[in-house]
Design a protein around this ligand. Structure first.
Ligand code: M6R
Length: 606
């Protein structure tokens, strides 16, 4: 997804903006650009492809100045091209934008009718035109931006500068994140859509709220609302370590993050598992009143939600559903004051999940956000937040956040069970023991990496895979398939094993490997029969299982045996070999695992 960086201050602006954009590359992008206020006026340089292409142009045509905007674009309106890359300029105004202006086409038609000329296919260029014309009557740039945004609908974070106001940078947000970093030297400010862009320069930041407009000048920052009212926004000291956002000796972020899982789980449990049991931060939530749980998420977070739903039913005996957020938000869902809506999201900014959470809240639900990104919109809008504490996840494919989302969901399930007196202290102690032991089991399963890599090399040329699992392993199958397709572009489907005979079995032949995920319980004997059906079609079989499941592997099957664990955490342990399998298939096929094509880390558009 797009990235925003803006700089004002005593240093040369371009290197700061480029470094900031470099830190946002993990979000995925197809073009990049900068606008610089130089002695000769506003200059813009843009390039398609990776940031290095922009840097080459800037080396050939250096731009110097102390006020600049930079952007990485992930195409939504208009194909990836230099003309559609940001910044967009009208007269002396330059703008960059994350998100979508939904009524841009209508405004564009009106402006074109009045003689304006557009150069790109983007919705963003409309804002440049509106600000340019508002500047004629507005008292300053911030007011011109406000008047312009009042005409636009949609979700956005924007940054704007103008030749006529060389000492001002304006940022505004509604539905997409924007943060102001306060530099270490007086008069230095950095504007960014995400924290990693700010961390090399400062730890003191202001998280803007939806509807905020920040006017940044060498004298300071003034934040106003869309109606022009001045508001105060707190300065937060961010403790996140920028080094932890680096690869730390691993070849890729994805691999580093897979290996960080034991530590990430320990961090998620710190302070929550005490000697006396579970310490759950219910805060404003009144969990006594809950009679139903809805878990909202997209992609990997939705898969975690599907496992969480099963835990809540099993432990708390509460009706629970896992909802694809992009579907839920457009249904007419039944939600009441006794519903608990849990949003699961690594970024805390996913547009569909955020809107689904807002819908549930409007309809009276109590809301809990299980989120990794500190300060993100969901953490600020939900009644309560349970932070994943996984540390920064840079690889586009989510791995450690899947695991930590599951840990948080299990804690929530336990708390609901405790409140409803469905979990005796002895049962609670058993689950706590499982959770405390989880980092050790994770260490053990990670030691299987070289075996899994060999398996990946053996199967890397297959063009199709089917992943099967039952019960709490059905969502694990979905997640295994998603990981593989995301990073290797190989077609993979995840299915509840019992559904295979209702259709997917038709596809199977010698070239179509089937990955079967099995464990003690989880209807092991039934999955064994499904596997017999697979072998009868001569499809290669890969079994990922605990010791009980491993006994069902036939002599010709490939087999990865994971450590035996407690039942509840088994889906977490069995997911790790699938993450490693996807990673190694992709790497051996020469794919860019950290920034797969067409994908974005944080999907802040519908
Ligand atoms: O930030 P979120 O957890 O809300 O993101 C949801 C999905 O976009 C995300 O899980 C996506 O499916 C990942 N690429 C999975 O690896």
């Amino acid at each position: 997804m797009c990235g925003i960086v803006g700089y004002m201050g005593p240093r040369p602006a371009v290197p700061v903006v480029i470094e900031g954009l470099r830190r946002l590359q993990y979000r995925g992008y197809d073009s990049a650009g900068v606008a610089v206020h130089t002695d000769g006026g506003l200059c813009i340089v843009r390039a398609t492809g990776k940031l290095i292409e922009l840097e080459k142009k800037l080396d050939a045509e250096p731009l110097s100045g102390h006020l600049a905007l930079g952007h990485t674009r992930w195409a939504t309106h208009g194909r990836p091209s230099e003309t559609n890359a940001h910044p967009h300029r009208t007269g002396g105004v330059a703008v960059i934008h994350n998100g979508i202006f939904e009524n841009a086409e209508q405004i564009k038609a009106r402006l074109t009718g009045n003689g304006s000329r557009f150069h790109s296919e983007t919705d963003t260029e409309v804002l440049a035109h509106l600000v340019h014309s508002s500047l004629r009557t507005a008292k300053n740039l911030a007011e011109a931006v406000r008047k312009s945004l009042q005409k636009l609908k949609g979700s956005y974070a924007v940054a704007v500068m103008s030749e006529s106001t060389p000492g001002t940078l304006v940022g505004a947000r509604s539905g997409a994140p924007l943060i102001v970093g306060i530099g270490e030297v007086p008069g230095e400010y950095i504007l960014a859509s995400d924290l990693p862009a700010l961390l090399p320069f400062t730890r003191r930041v202001i998280f803007l709220d939806d509807g905020d407009i920040a006017e940044i000048t060498p004298k300071g920052i003034t934040v106003t609302t869309m109606d022009g009212k001045k508001v105060r926004r707190a300065v937060t000291q961010v403790e996140m370590d920028p080094v932890s956002a680096e690869k730390g000796g691993y070849k890729h972020f994805m691999l580093k993050e897979i290996h960080e899982q034991p530590v990430a789980v320990s961090d998620a449990l710190t302070g929550r598992l005490t000697a006396r049991g579970l310490s759950f931060p219910a805060g404003k939530l009144d969990l006594q009143k809950i009679d139903r749980v809805i878990i909202l998420g997209c992609g990997t977070s939705w898969h975690a939600a599907q496992i969480g739903r099963q835990w809540i039913e099993q432990l708390a005996r509460l009706p629970a559903s896992a909802e694809v957020a992009s579907e839920f938000r457009y249904r007419d869902p039944v939600v009441s004051k006794s519903t608990l809506a849990i949003a699961v999201s690594q970024s805390g900014e996913t547009a569909d999940t955020l809107q689904a959470l807002r819908l549930a809240s409007e309809r009276g639900a109590q809301t809990l956000a299980i989120v990794n990104a500190l300060g993100s919109t969901m953490t600020r809008e939900a009644d309560e937040t349970l932070l994943m504490h996984a540390g920064p996840e840079i690889g586009v494919a989510s791995t450690k956040c899947f695991t930590n989302a599951l840990v948080c969901l299990l804690l929530a399930a336990m708390e609901l069970a405790r409140i409803r007196r469905k979990l005796a202290p002895v049962g609670q102690q058993r689950i706590l023991r499982e959770l405390k032991h989880l980092p050790v089991w994770l260490e053990k399963v990670l030691r299987l990496e070289s075996e899994i890599e060999k398996l990946a090399i053996r199967h890397r040329e297959a063009r199709n895979f089917l992943f099967l699992g039952r019960g709490d392993l059905a969502p694990v199958a979905l997640e295994g398939a998603l990981k593989l397709k995301e990073v290797s572009y190989i077609h993979a489907e995840g299915y509840p094993a019992g559904e295979m005979k209702h259709g997917p079995i038709a596809m199977l032949d010698r070239s179509f490997p089937v990955v079967s995920i099995m464990r003690k319980g989880a209807q092991l004997d039934k999955t064994a029969s499904n596997l017999a059906e697979v072998r009868a079609r001569e499809a290669p079989v890969i079994v990922i299982a605990d010791r009980a499941g491993a006994k069902l592997a036939a002599s010709g099957d490939d087999l990865i045996t994971v450590p035996d664990t407690g039942d509840l955490v088994a889906p977490i342990i069995l997911s790790v070999p699938l993450q490693l399998f996807a990673y190694h298939v992709a790497v051996h096929n020469g794919c860019d695992v950290d920034q797969p094509r067409n994908l974005a880390k944080s999907v802040t558009v519908e």
